[in-house]
Design a protein around this ligand. Sequence first.
Ligand SMILES: Nc1ncnc2c1ncn2[C@@H]1O[C@H](COP(=O)(O)OP(=O)(O)OP(=O)(O)O)[C@@H](O)[C@H]1O
Length: 231
Amino acid sequence: MIEFKNVSKSFGSTMALNDVSLVFPRGKIIGLFGPNGAGKSTSIKLIMGLNRPDRGEISVDGEDPQNKKKNLAYLPEIDHLYSWMNIAQAADFTRTFYDDWDEGKYRDLINFLNLQEDMKIAKISKGQRAKAKLLLTVCRRAPYLLMDEPLSGIDILTREEIINTLIRDYREGEQTIIISTHEIAEVESLVDEVIFLDQGKVKLSGNAEDLRIERNMSLVELMKEAFRNAN
Ligand SMILES: Nc1ncnc2c1ncn2[C@@H]1O[C@H](COP(=O)(O)OP(=O)(O)OP(=O)(O)O)[C@@H](O)[C@H]1O
């Protein structure tokens, strides 16, 4: 379980997170939703220890995230792969860093995603880069997978491939996936739990199915309603 207790984080005069308390339950797929600037990336970077909170506490399984780094696999929003590498070299680079690398899964997924090892990062399309980033993240057997906008700027068919990859390989209870995205409609069937952020505050959170039944609405409609009421 990942827990935020009264977490605040500012950048200059911008309050990216404002006294946020929330729980990312273990063994679930959790959608972190919200409009631009809501605080989604900041939350993920705080869990990864890339930023420190100004106030409050963050814990991963009861410990400081710095002590749990090996348990966290991170897909950043930015293009982080070295452009001079091909996919095999990028995989080699990741393999040497992490001892939870699953070679069988890598061999299987590279085919499933229609990627080739000799594809050079500099020369592949944006969608292929998104798939390569996904490949190198999900081939780790880390208990926590944190994905920041894995679908951003990707065409609908590639988005479907990415979502199908996640559904295909996910083993409930064993791994926790946190996925930040604007593409709520597309991940609606994927997520167990949802957290809606807006302007650094939690607007709504809970079990996706319970929320749908309770409010008789899809997650997209729920988000629209939450933000209409907020403004
Ligand atoms: N390094 C930074 N320096 C200055 N301001 C920042 C920095 N990182 C985030 N912010 C600001 O904090 C707020 C929250 O940003 P964050 O990136 O967490 O939002 P987000 O929900 O991920 O948005 P998006 O969907 O646009 O990626 C924004 O107003 C943003 O401009």
